[in-house]
Design a protein around this ligand. Structure first.
Ligand SMILES: NC(=O)c1ccc[n+]([C@@H]2O[C@H](COP(=O)([O-])OP(=O)(O)OC[C@H]3O[C@@H](n4cnc5c(N)ncnc54)[C@H](OP(=O)(O)O)[C@@H]3O)[C@@H](O)[C@H]2O)c1
Length: 293
């Protein structure tokens, strides 16, 4: 059972698992219908406990993959109640009914649980979120850990990839902006390892195959600044890199603080899951093919 199946990661999970013949799949998200067609779908708002109960007890899944979240980092600062309700109370509802049916819960978390003073981070580093979004995501991790459910938490950072529906991902946004000769301001001081969305799909598939529990970092092969990443996009897609203007985070006056020196070390996933991140240029090639970029 996928929760948040209409989101960026949720769509890719839906594409992957719906193509497998030995999987009985139920997709759920907050919208009235599934963005990906021809899948079994139920509408769930995860903050509605009785609805979560109804659908989980009806479908009785072996695995629940939760990708649903309140993901707007800046709005989380002012819309605190909404962010907490979805990211913490919603996750508690899922954990409770996953526990009830003895399903294994696979849940998505983030590097924003760290303060970005000393990254990249391992699974054992001490969280210290800077913003409210990070606080809700850390609280959801802690709720899961104390709920008694069998769980795997995947921490990731800066997802990109060829999701067909919804807002464009960072790569597509850069390609669209530079193709339209638009100047873009990109930060030089946010450092992390951008993650190709299908690498998370394959990590989740391995977690299920190997029945792995605990916390796993999943991230890209290279740790680089957002500015360097954007330059790589321009180079690969033969676009005018001079339109990319370097700025620093504090110039943007964003509502939420960002972890600056961040990134996730994936050694545990490499050794225990055989995880191997897709190299950046290969991932761009896959996106070009799928999205006709
Ligand atoms: N994207 C990143 O760079 C990134 C980095 C680190 C970690 N993560 C984590 O990875 C996970 C997936 O991220 P993503 O980029 O795929 O996010 P996304 O595209 O924003 O998808 C989240 C989905 O959850 C849905 N949702 C929101 N509130 C809901 C509710 N009450 N009940 C049910 N569904 C609800 C959203 O619907 P609406 O769109 O209609 O609100 C959306 O379809 C999240 O847990 C996120 O925190 C993401």
């Amino acid at each position: 059972m996928i929760v948040g199946s209409n989101g960026m990661l949720g769509q890719r999970l839906t594409n992957f698992f719906s193509a497998l013949h030995d999987v009985e799949l139920l997709c759920t998200s907050v919208e009235g219908s599934s963005f990906v067609e021809n899948v079994d779908y139920r509408q769930i708002d995860i903050t509605q406990k009785t609805k979560v109960r109804e659908v989980v007890l009806d479908f009785f899944p072996d695995y629940i993959i939760n990708t649903a979240a309140y993901t707007n980092v800046d709005k989380s600062e002012t819309e605190r109640e909404a962010a907490w309700k979805i990211n913490v109370n919603g996750v508690e509802n899922i954990a409770l009914y996953a526990w009830t049916v003895d399903a294994h819960l696979i849940h998505m978390s983030t590097d924003y649980i760290f303060d970005g003073k000393n990254g990249p981070y391992t699974e054992d580093d001490k969280p210290c979120p800077l913003g409210y979004y990070g606080r809700t995501k850390l609280a959801s991790e802690n709720s899961i850990r104390t709920s008694g459910v069998r769980f795997t938490i995947i921490r990731t950072n800066v997802l990109y990839g060829p999701a067909q529906f919804g807002r464009p991902d960072f790569v597509k946004w850069v390609v669209n902006s530079l193709s339209g000769k638009k100047e873009i301001n990109i930060v030089t001081d946010q450092i992390n390892n951008p993650t190709y969305v299908d690498d998370i799909v394959s990590a989740i598939n391995k977690i299920i195959s190997f029945k792995k529990e605990g916390i796993y970092n999943i991230g890209g092969e290279e740790i680089l600044s957002r500015y360097e990443f954007t330059k790589r996009i321009a180079k690969y897609f033969n676009l005018d890199g001079s339109l990319i203007k370097p700025v620093v985070t504090k110039d943007l006056n964003q509502a939420a603080l960002r972890p600056l020196k961040s990134g996730l070390i994936t050694l545990k996933a490499q050794t225990e899951l055989g995880f191997k991140a897709t190299p950046i240029d290969i991932s761009f090639g896959l996106m070009r093919k799928e999205l006709n970029l």
